[in-house]
Write a protein that binds this ligand. Sequence first.
Ligand SMILES: Nc1ncnc2c1ncn2[C@@H]1O[C@H](COP(=O)(O)OP(=O)(O)OP(=O)(O)O)[C@@H](O)[C@H]1O
Length: 232
Amino acid sequence: MNSKAVLVCDAVGKVYTEAGSALEVLKDVCLTITEGERISIMGTSGSGKSTLLNILGGLEAPTQGEVCVGGESLYSVSEEKRAQIRNRQLGFVYQFHHLLPEFDAVENVAMPLLLGKVAINEARTRAQEMLKAVGLSARLTHKPAQLSGGERQRVAIARALVTQPACVLMDEPTGNLDNHTANDVQDLMARLNQEFRTSFIIVTHDAELAHRMDRVLELREGGLHPLTKDTA
Ligand SMILES: Nc1ncnc2c1ncn2[C@@H]1O[C@H](COP(=O)(O)OP(=O)(O)OP(=O)(O)O)[C@@H](O)[C@H]1O
């Protein structure tokens, strides 16, 4: 088995200071994600899951520690360099898809490639291929408002994967979907993980989704703890 580390979170701490009082949300969090590994992070509301995901994704600086993606530090580099690393190495999927309403499915999926300076024709071809891979070949020119909730989420997944990132970060990716559609999206994620060896980090309250991952972690009192099916 290949155990190449794609994302390393090293001794990350986060303290929010507001009106003179300090809130320590993360304490010395360490986590290594290997190629193709899928992990889920659970935890009660306010335990710091979104904060951690934002730090892992290069969106919010930690108070202490460092995050490395593909061997590159996220927080000891300029903002411009960090944006490049994010665009090249990471993909993002949120509960609400954040698709651009004025653009069709192909244009939405091609967007991260265009931001990464890929030529427009190549970007469109790769976007079409990725939309086919998520089962949307008949919806290429539909705008978000013309798609169902599950289809929109599949467009968002295609957009996250089109750059072939090392790791995709997901915040409640099926939280806004009915059970049947959520299951389809889960199956799709499993298939894409097999096909592209992409690693996934998923923050979710959904125990069933969480336990489909290789590892389930709980964020509690600022730290990550392994969860087994029996303790969930
Ligand atoms: N920008 C901020 N400034 C001050 N406090 C913040 C900020 N962002 C988050 N917090 C606080 O940090 C704690 C963790 O918030 P976070 O959103 O990471 O939790 P969560 O586990 O994702 O919650 P939920 O499951 O409800 O989305 C909360 O107490 C929150 O109020």
